[in-house]
Design a protein around this ligand. Structure first.
Ligand code: PMP
Length: 347
């Protein structure tokens, strides 16, 4: 018999609408070049798919360690960072103890707490989308919070929270998860702290730098923390095709990743400027590969109008404090132009 706890849960839902221009999931808009795909195919040809993958992803952890400048002992891999978020919500404290989430943010932090029936302390961000420290400290003390999640930069608002505020909350004895899914676009990190401390870990992912299809998430932490969390990891959680493809791309495709990230970052600034020029649109600065903006109209109607013009972005107006807001991922220059033109027509 299924638990009654499930009654209060909703199945995780992502955008399924079809459109030619897809700017809704913060993916890299560039697919891998032909020569990399050929290398991948050659490697896959040599792989025995009747065998289980390397359970510890040893070689991939070496390559990822090299890519992010850490040792493989400091790395735990997940089936996307979603899986790692779930592990962290299981691992830190007791289920009766609270999970702190500054909102609006990436929904998986709350979802993982809900799945486990853990109490949540969700504190609305201030008018600059930064952490409301006073309110957070008050609730954290009252609700026995032991775990905090920060999207850094924050999805969907695009900004970096104040480092000092995150440190201050940590002083209350709160295990700190800094989710740096968009690190390649911000360049800001808590990695050095995560490598030294037992109360801090960093999450990264390959999903935003060209490999969303693989589902490879990365936790960076102190060796002792990584080896404890590794006890929760499901066996064979990273498939052999994912291990092989990620190894090839991170060792032979660095130039492709670096150039793509550069193009997206410079397009971000252009799209930001162009959006600012559209009458009635309020634009929020971004350190990630997406931009949040507010229109004078109902966001659902704007979203629908764009879909009718074959452009898919994300309606964010369902989140607290984001009325009339939508989020657009940065695409190729020509895709961004189509989006901007369509938006002008819709507004
Ligand atoms: N963290 C943040 C902040 C995200 O925005 C996303 C994806 N939208 C993820 C994690 C999920 O990453 P993954 O694909 O590695 O599960």
């Amino acid at each position: 018999m299924l638990s009654r706890r499930l009654n209060s849960l909703k199945a995780y839902k992502t955008e399924t609408t079809k459109a030619r221009i897809r700017l809704s999931s913060n993916e890299l808009p560039y697919d891998l070049p032909e020569d990399l795909k050929t290398l991948i195919l050659n490697e896959l040809k040599e792989t025995q798919l009747n065998r289980y993958p390397d359970p510890n992803s040893e070689e991939l952890r070496e390559v990822i360690g090299d890519f992010f400048g850490v040792s493989s002992e400091n790395i735990l891999l997940g089936n996307g960072s979603d899986e790692l978020i779930y592990y962290l919500s299981i691992a830190v404290g007791d289920f009766s103890q609270g999970v702190y989430v500054p909102v609006p943010t990436f929904p998986m932090y709350e979802i993982s707490a809900d799945m486990l029936g853990r109490p949540k302390v969700c504190v609305q961000l201030d008018e600059n989308f930064d952490i409301n420290l006073e309110k957070s400290l008050e609730l954290i003390a009252n609700k026995s919070v032991v775990l905090a999640y920060y999207s850094y930069p924050n999805n969907p608002t695009g900004n970096l929270f104040s480092k000092e505020k995150i440190h201050r909350i940590r002083e209350e004895g709160v295990f700190t998860v800094v989710d740096e899914a968009y690190y390649s676009y911000s360049g800001e990190s808590f990695k050095d702290e995560a490598l030294k401390r037992e109360d801090t870990v960093v999450l990264r992912t390959l999903s935003k730098i060209g490999l969303a299809g693989l589902r490879v998430g990365i936790l960076i932490g102190k060796e002792s923390v990584v080896s404890e969390l590794n006890k929760l990891r499901l066996p064979f959680n990273v498939t052999s095709p994912s291990q092989i493809i990620a190894k090839v791309v991170l060792s032979s495709g660095r130039d492709f990743i670096e150039e793509s990230v550069k193009k997206v970052t410079s397009e971000r600034e252009r799209v930001l400027k162009e959006l600012k020029g559209i009458k009635g649109v309020e634009v929020f600065p971004s350190r990630a590969n997406f931009i949040l903006f507010r229109t004078p109209f109902n966001a659902k109607a704007v979203h629908k109008g764009l879909v009718e013009r074959d452009v898919l972005i994300r309606d964010m107006s369902y989140l607290p404090g984001l009325d009339r807001c939508l989020r657009v991922s940065i695409g190729k220059p020509e895709e961004n132009d189509i989006f901007l033109e369509a938006l002008e027509k819709v507004l």
